[in-house]
Ligand binder design. Sequence first.
Ligand code: NI
Length: 252
Amino acid sequence: MYFDTHTHLDDARFNADRTEIINKIYASGVTLAVNIGADMKSSRAGVLLAKEHPYIYAAVGIHPHDVENLTEQDMAELSLLAKEPKVVAIGEIGLDYYQNDVPRDMQKKWFRRQIELARALNLPYIVHDRDAHGDTMAVIQEVGYFRGVMHCFSGSVEMMQELVSLGFYISFAGPVTFKNGKKAKEVAACVPMERLLIETDSPYLTPEPYRGERNDSSMVRYVAKEIAELKNMKEEEVARITMENGRRFFAI
Ligand code: NI
């Protein structure tokens, strides 16, 4: 049984067959999944999906690509959504300096504010960090609340070790299976097993051998398989431990 800790089931790419896919995922052995918010619309949609489906939980939050028009009123609504019974985290939040027009100061401001929201509600948070490692660490240190996970981690072994020492979890998605994913493989091989999570980030980041096709949570097994090979473990063992870790992290 697998826990996909990061998926976007509300994404428009699932509009034609969402219920079918949700049933297929569960039948494939993925018995827990967290739908991740990226803007107000997807945060609301995630809460509804979690109400409809027993094995789906939700995180609510605003992705760095979507903070430009965020208002205090939105923050107030986000805070209300976060109090819904099956909302287990704030996310995804963070910094994205890759082809992103949103000013960096604005991204940092809302990243900080959303970590503070997580702290105020006693929830963990999910970090998106793309090409922004230094500033991501700086904001996290500045706020000083460390109940977080680095989603689809792309930093160095040193950065991973620093995060783990602060109390962070480290999560891997499809890129760890890519042939050119040397750095992610190197980090995954040495993440302490008790701090590791797995995810798909579906419909994006499809793992090998299905790279290029639409991703869904049933493919989280390929991430587990790759990590098992890197750590010289059995795939079922990786599935079992990441399930336990995910339940502990999200308090499910
Ligand atoms: Ni995502």
